[in-house]
Design a protein around this ligand. Structure first.
Ligand SMILES: [Zn+2]
Length: 109
């Protein structure tokens, strides 16, 4: 089954690269059952217009557009709201949670 934006004809793009837009009533129902702020933020980000546009960027290294495998892994896991790493202690002795939130707060891994 080919996924495409609802209400728009299929394009010549690779199947599955465009986010599927949800009817607003279904989006509202899904959002209403999300109680965890992280889940809610992930859902809103994933359903926002152009949220998947980065997947269409050509991986041109000279323009800084090529992501290595680890960068893609982290980006995809963050988009899906799943854990990025095993919780551990940072070298600064702060705890790093499964979503790597500490890295965004301090700029270190
Ligand atoms: Zn740290």
């Amino acid at each position: 089954m080919e996924l495409h934006r609802l209400g728009q004809p299929p394009t010549n793009k690779q199947p599955g690269t465009d986010p599927v837009l949800l009817p607003s009533n279904i989006k509202d129902e899904l959002q209403a059952v999300l109680t965890d702020p992280r889940q809610k933020a992930t859902f809103l980000a994933a359903t926002a217009p152009h949220s998947g546009d980065w997947l269409n960027a050509l991986p041109i290294a000279s323009c800084g557009l090529r992501l290595d495998d680890e960068a893609v892994r982290v980006a995809v896991t963050l988009c899906l709201g799943i854990s990025v790493c095993v919780p551990h202690s940072c070298s600064c002795r702060e705890n790093v949670d499964a979503w790597g939130q500490h890295a965004f707060e301090t700029g270190v891994e």
